[in-house]
Ligand binder design. Sequence first.
Ligand SMILES: *[C@@H]1O[C@H](CO)[C@@H](O)[C@H](O)[C@H]1NC(C)=O
Ligand SMILES: *[C@@H]1O[C@H](CO)[C@@H](O)[C@H](O)[C@H]1NC(C)=O
Ligand SMILES: *[C@@H]1O[C@H](CO)[C@@H](O)[C@H](O)[C@H]1NC(C)=O
Ligand SMILES: *[C@@H]1O[C@H](CO)[C@@H](O)[C@H](O)[C@H]1NC(C)=O
Ligand SMILES: *[C@@H]1O[C@H](CO)[C@@H](O)[C@H](O)[C@H]1NC(C)=O
Ligand SMILES: *[C@@H]1O[C@H](CO)[C@@H](O)[C@H](O)[C@H]1NC(C)=O
Ligand SMILES: *[C@@H]1O[C@H](CO)[C@@H](O)[C@H](O)[C@H]1NC(C)=O
Length: 206
Amino acid sequence: MSGCRFTCCFWIYYNLILCFSLSFMIFGFIFLPQEPKFTITNATLTQFNFNSSNNTLDYNLTLNMTIRNPNKRVGIYYRRIQVIGDYRKKRFALVTLNTLPFYQGHKNTTELHQVVVQGSQPVKFGKREVSQFTEETASGIYSIKVQLALRIKARYGKFTSRNYQPYRKIDCKLNVPLSFNETSIASGFKATRCENVYFFTDPDSD
Ligand SMILES: *[C@@H]1O[C@H](CO)[C@@H](O)[C@H](O)[C@H]1NC(C)=O
Ligand SMILES: *[C@@H]1O[C@H](CO)[C@@H](O)[C@H](O)[C@H]1NC(C)=O
Ligand SMILES: *[C@@H]1O[C@H](CO)[C@@H](O)[C@H](O)[C@H]1NC(C)=O
Ligand SMILES: *[C@@H]1O[C@H](CO)[C@@H](O)[C@H](O)[C@H]1NC(C)=O
Ligand SMILES: *[C@@H]1O[C@H](CO)[C@@H](O)[C@H](O)[C@H]1NC(C)=O
Ligand SMILES: *[C@@H]1O[C@H](CO)[C@@H](O)[C@H](O)[C@H]1NC(C)=O
Ligand SMILES: *[C@@H]1O[C@H](CO)[C@@H](O)[C@H](O)[C@H]1NC(C)=O
């Protein structure tokens, strides 16, 4: 008698769990947004000088970038965008954009013009960094990694989600030619798509 009751309970319980996880999966499949796409469309580098006697990097980098929301049903609020400048994993700049926050509708692309990353920063370059820097100075093209740190919210109809922060920082690996003035060789820059965009999916989950 009690054994039968136990089995019934077990089956009801089991089916409930199954229903819940199935609907959860279907819900996730329909509503899990696609990641936004980030592209650095153009970059102008008018100054990138490392002075080894006082270990200071003077830099002036101007970026244009686009952010695309590829989703049909999900809007995105951009609450904060920070732009980080790295040279060989050594951070030399962090800029918080002041154009924010803004809302981006379905299938929309937002252009951010003239993001200025400019300043003078003490950096600790080791031998390898200095030798790469010297090589790149000779070639006139610097490999600069721009990272983006964002805080966003997703909007489904009238429902707005919690804050999302990416699992990792978004990486934009740029090769930027140095232009001594604005009319010179800045056109040598190729638009670069940024990698490691993981707001809604966890890259380490599989
Ligand atoms: C960014 O775009 C604006 C407007 O399209 C343009 O005037 C400017 O030269 C661009 N800046 C860079 C760094 O390419
Ligand atoms: C490097 O910095 C030192 C100390 O501030 C300065 O005397 C020197 O002129 C600088 N060198 C260059 C190439 O700017
Ligand atoms: C180091 O030298 C550069 C010039 O090369 C100058 O712009 C910068 O302000 C100096 N930094 C310090 C901390 O003296
Ligand atoms: C930085 O470069 C831009 C051109 O991209 C120029 O307009 C601006 O005056 C420069 N700023 C400094 C402080 O050199
Ligand atoms: C994209 O967003 C901008 C600003 O909110 C708006 O003016 C524009 O009409 C939108 N474009 C599309 C295709 O929805
Ligand atoms: C800028 O570069 C162009 C082409 O290299 C050159 O003709 C021009 O004189 C330069 N202007 C300045 C202010 O250095
Ligand atoms: C980048 O900007 C420079 C200066 O504004 C312009 O001459 C060049 O054509 C632009 N390159 C691209 C790929 O848009």
